[in-house]
Design a protein around this ligand. Structure first.
Ligand SMILES: [Zn+2]
Length: 343
């Protein structure tokens, strides 16, 4: 039997021992999911990032990123304030430089610009980076591996939010950080938590967690294993998430009625969206449309309609949530690397 290596602990797994098979409809590619009993990682094979994949993505959230950028960084970047700043009160961020990997149009570096001496970002999505540059942010369209060979500058802190699950080569990712990092450097970021209570709900309603989007399904245990293996210390791992009743109710609604109501929902949403935003209405949630300045009256109508639509699902959502003490959609991590300790 053919064998494949776990991308983190490198132990061999028989290629017939996959636990799930997934076919990506866009290119008819078959992917197999493996579970590593040694380090608890789950990973898909084959793993191949297409650099143009995100640039060529049309529609949905990508149009927003490529045209106007998000108003606020995604909720998981709040972990910087919730955990990193609180956990490191003696760290003088004003003396440190930050590189945000997978910066998109730079909404996070814009928000923390005044916290650090200098903030920069890289992302291989040229269109998003262009939007960031238009906003006077220091971002470049580079992959991490190209940055590691071309950038002369060294950094003190690396942030990478929702990035590690996309990697084809986990070890290579951390090797590149060590090239770009100063003698002491810090990392922080987030990723989807494989053991989140909404995993099955999400897998039934969209393909975003599958390849070629996500190649690695991390758990807290496999993440800790990886960070220790790559020489990091002061490791902190926390769960974080946005598990509101409204969110669960809307997940349940799309799971039960999604195929019936989705077209109607899109139509109604478009009617109550102001002209400048109509092109994006399908890709944005009602709340996002409000943040982007949808008219007050339309905003209220959409919010009421959404609430009424999801109302029958609030009771099952409450039962669902009752069993779980803590929101756990994402894993937050932070750690330190000391070059002199690791040669
Ligand atoms: Zn492993």
């Amino acid at each position: 039997m053919q064998q494949i290596n776990c991308p983190v602990c490198e132990i061999k797994i028989g290629s017939d021992n996959s636990i799930k098979i997934y076919t990506d409809k866009a290119d008819n590619q078959n992917y197999k999911l493996y579970h590593c009993d040694n380090c608890d990682l789950e990973f898909w094979n084959p793993r191949k990032i297409a650099p143009d994949f995100y640039i060529d993505q049309a529609g949905g959230l990508y149009d927003i990123r490529h045209d106007i950028g998000f108003k606020e960084p995604p909720y998981w970047t709040n972990t910087f304030f919730v955990f990193f700043k609180k956990n490191n009160p003696n760290l003088n961020l004003r003396d440190l430089s930050l590189l945000d990997i997978g910066c998109g149009e730079g909404s996070f570096i814009k928000k923390v610009k005044t916290d650090f001496k200098k903030v920069s970002g890289i992302d291989f999505d040229k269109k998003s980076v262009f939007v960031g540059q238009q906003n006077n942010l220091d971002c470049q369209a580079l992959s991490l591996s190209v940055a590691a060979t071309e950038m002369k500058e060294k950094f003190d802190v690396f942030s990478f939010f929702e990035v590690l699950e996309h990697q084809e080569d986990v070890k290579g990712f951390f090797d590149n950080l060590k090239v770009l990092g100063n003698n002491n450097f810090f990392i922080l970021g987030t990723m989807p938590n494989r053991n989140r209570i909404t995993a099955n709900l999400q897998h039934n309603t969209d393909t975003g967690d599958f390849p070629p989007h996500h190649f690695i399904w991390w758990s807290a245990q496999s993440l800790k294993f990886a960070l220790e293996k790559y020489g990091f210390d002061n490791i902190v791992i926390e769960t974080y998430g946005d598990l509101s009743l409204a969110y669960i109710a809307s997940c349940l609604e799309s799971m039960m009625l999604g195929s019936v109501t989705s077209k109607l929902k899109d139509k109604i949403k478009k009617i109550f969206t102001k002209k400048e935003l109509k092109d994006y209405s399908n890709a944005m949630t009602v709340e996002e449309l409000g943040k982007f300045g949808n008219d007050k009256k339309n905003d209220l109508i959409l919010k009421i309609l959404k609430f009424v639509k999801n109302l029958p699902f609030y009771l099952p959502a409450m039962l669902f949530k009752k069993n779980f003490e803590r929101e756990n959609a994402n894993l937050y991590f932070e750690a330190r690397y000391k070059k002199h300790l690791n040669g």
